[in-house]
Design a protein around this ligand. Structure first.
Ligand code: ARG
Length: 459
């Protein structure tokens, strides 16, 4: 039998394999809510413009609510032969209200219908992501506030560099995540134009009111070019790009947690709620959640690359290739929200090991820069000379198997006779971090000021 929606010029149905490759209902049923919301706004506008009767519009709008309640109750039978969510909903509407259902698609095409549905979905997803990021920001802020003056090693090349504070390290992620937050807010703003009414591609000869449907659906305005309206998927790509960057940030902290929770580091203890054991090695507590968050960037980035690749060669306007946009976004969105929620839980529950942090901070000659700075300040050496003298002191300490503060004054003076007892005041890690008072530096006062600034911004 030919198709009830477009079967006029067909005599036979499609091949079973054609049905399998063509149908999107398996995944686009996730657009049901947005599809029905969009159709209800469209029907109301058609009636307001005198294109259909109020009575038909009322029947359509009520009938659509019945369809929605069936879907939400899990009582709806999704049919593959009806291809997608749009035709599944309309076909069921016809069963419920009869003839008026056929008037809903006046002045509309599935091309603008899917464009508006998908935009609504991605817009909702931006809102959910913004909430998820804010929750994680609060978790990082709480850690930063608690440990504003806990000393830990700062690394470059994963080699001990200079002492920093736990709070400062946490606040680095606050900065990253705050940029992510603003990326999703920006993307949401840009995507908030309504493509409904572009119809198939050229607009319509019916006297529709696109400003009315745009407003009814919470858009700032209708899109301005009908060809662009049905062929644009920038909004999805922008969402995916922001998602990729955010997931990359989550992955970097996940990697740090994997390292920090190891027996070799012992910087943090992860809560039982976010770890698993081993069936053979009783001592094990594995950071699985962190590892899986680290892996999610692979999926999210993969989805982003996939959609760019799908879109890059398509001539205007709609091509069926674009049906493949949804699974990419759905998978990335599910992965990102899950990763954000898991990371929020882990950050909230993790306990820093202050003793290990401080011990590690003091090892590896981490205050060598402070020593060089002291030589500049107290003995007026050029920095390059100070660097050289300090380097020889580090070598001396290394050969003796001790850290810098363990060298005697005589040993210090063997490398530069001007060195005095006062040098030992800058070799402690506490003094080191306290001295980093430059704006954005690691001094606890600076960290507390940043925590206060972000708490106010988030309030
Ligand atoms: N299921 C389709 C999609 O997701 C809806 C649009 C179909 N339009 C068309 N002209 N075949 O893209």
């Amino acid at each position: 039998a030919s198709n009830a929606m477009w079967g006029g010029r067909f005599t036979a149905g499609v091949d079973a394999i054609m049905e399998a490759i063509n149908a999107s209902i398996g995944f686009d049923k996730r657009l049901a809510h947005q599809d029905i919301t969009g159709s209800r706004a469209h029907a109301a506008m058609l009636a307001a413009q005198g294109i259909i009767t109020d009575k038909d519009a009322e029947a359509i709008r009520e009938g659509l609510l019945t369809v929605l309640s069936e879907i939400e109750a899990g009582k709806f039978t999704f049919r593959k032969d009806l291809e997608d969510i749009h035709m599944n909903v309309e076909s069921r509407l016809k069963e419920i209200i009869g003839e008026p259902a056929g008037r809903l698609h006046t002045a509309r095409s599935r091309n603008d219908q899917v464009a508006v549905d998908f935009r609504l979905w991605v817009r909702d997803q931006c809102d959910a992501t913004i909430d998820g990021i804010e929750a994680l920001l609060r978790a990082f802020l709480a850690q930063a506030e608690a440990g504003a003056d806990w000393v830990m090693p700062g690394f470059t090349h994963l080699q001990t560099a200079q002492p920093v504070t736990w709070g400062h390290h946490m606040m680095a992620y606050v900065e990253m995540l705050a940029r992510d937050l603003s990326r999703f807010k920006d993307a949401r703003k840009r995507m908030n134009e309504c493509p409904l009414g572009a119809a198939a591609l050229a607009g319509t000869s019916f006297p529709i009111d696109r400003f009315a449907t745009a407003a009814a659906l919470g858009f700032d305005r209708p899109t301005a070019n009908s060809l662009d309206s049905v062929s644009d998927r920038d909004f999805a790509l922008e969402y995916l790009s922001a998602a990729s960057i955010c997931a990359m940030h989550l992955s970097r902290f996940a990697e740090e947690l994997v390292i920090w929770s190891s027996a070799q580091f012992r910087f943090v203890r992860l809560s039982d709620r976010w770890t698993t054991g081993s069936s053979i090695m009783p001592q094990k507590k594995n950071p699985d959640a962190a590892e899986l968050i680290r892996a999610k960037i692979g999926r999210i980035m993969g989805s982003t690359v996939a959609l760019f690749t799908i879109m890059k060669g398509l001539p205007l306007t709609y091509s069926k290739d674009m049906q493949e946009d949804k699974e990419q976004v759905f998978d990335a969105a599910d992965s990102l929200l899950l990763a954000l929620a898991a990371m929020t839980g882990m950050v909230t529950d993790m306990a820093a090991n202050r003793e290990s942090l401080e011990k590690a901070a003091a090892s590896g000659f981490s205050t060598a820069t402070d020593l060089a700075d002291w030589l500049v300040r107290s003995l007026n050496l050029p920095f390059r000379d100070a660097h050289h003298v300090t380097g020889s002191l580090v070598k001396l300490a290394e050969d003796k198997g001790v850290d810098l503060p363990d060298l005697s004054l005589e040993e210090m003076q063997s490398q530069h006779p001007g060195i005095t007892e006062d040098v030992f005041t800058v070799l402690g890690v506490e003094n080191s971090v306290r001295s980093r008072q430059s704006y954005g530096g690691t001094a606890p006062d600076q960290v507390r000021a940043q925590v206060a600034r972000w708490k106010e911004l988030l309030a």
